[in-house]
Design a protein around this ligand. Structure first.
Ligand code: HEM
Length: 155
């Protein structure tokens, strides 16, 4: 059984995370690429589709970059950093306004993907835990409640 838990983001916190190893070992590079293709098929049908390019050629580029990044994060070749240098993912996501709700939806796409994927539960759990934690770093828009509380502090 895989525990697809989603814990809440504390805005501004950057919790530590562990990079997964098993999923790439089990899928191999080409299986991993198929998995990322499928992830974007799910994303473009989801409530966060609006964050992503509609144009297929541009979306393909996003997929390629993302695949390279995740391959590296999962213990594969340094495909992403060899091409892109040392990219800070938090900075990279800053042009997009990502609230907790978008993170939860993004994780929902990941859950749908993992549920249909043919790898061991251990591999799924490791990958899920990484995504669940690291995605908190990408949340860059406070909830309205957090904004109200901040305002109240200054009153
Ligand atoms: C573990 C969490 C995440 C990781 C590791 C991750 C990783 C990445 C990577 C590697 C890219 C491509 C960077 C490049 O082009 O060099 C990317 C792009 C992007 N990500 Fe994420 N991401 C995560 C979570 C999220 C979440 C929660 C959202 C919320 C909607 C999101 C939205 C986007 C968008 C909009 C782009 C840009 C698409 C474009 O280039 O037009 N990401 N992400």
């Amino acid at each position: 059984m895989v525990d697809y838990k989603v814990t809440s983001t504390v805005f501004g916190e950057r919790p530590s995370f562990k990079e997964p190893r098993k999923i790439l070992q089990e899928l191999g590079r080409s299986g991993f690429e198929d998995m990322m293709d499928r992830f974007y098929d799910i994303v473009v049908e989801s409530d966060i589709a609006n964050f992503f390019p509609q144009d297929k050629a541009i979306l393909d580029k996003v997929k390629k970059h993302n695949t390279k990044f995740f391959v590296e994060a999962c213990g594969g070749e340094k495909e992403y950093s060899n091409e892109m240098g040392n990219v800070d993912m938090v900075e990279m996501h800053k042009p997009f306004s990502i609230p907790e709700k978008a993170r939860v939806e993004w994780l929902g796409c990941m859950k749908e993907l993992l549920e249909e994927l043919n790898v061991s539960d251990v591999a799924k759990q490791e990958f899920w835990d990484y995504c669940e934690m690291f995605s908190k770093h990408m949340v860059n828009k406070p909830t309205d409640l957090e904004s109200h509380m901040k305002l109240t502090d200054h009153r």
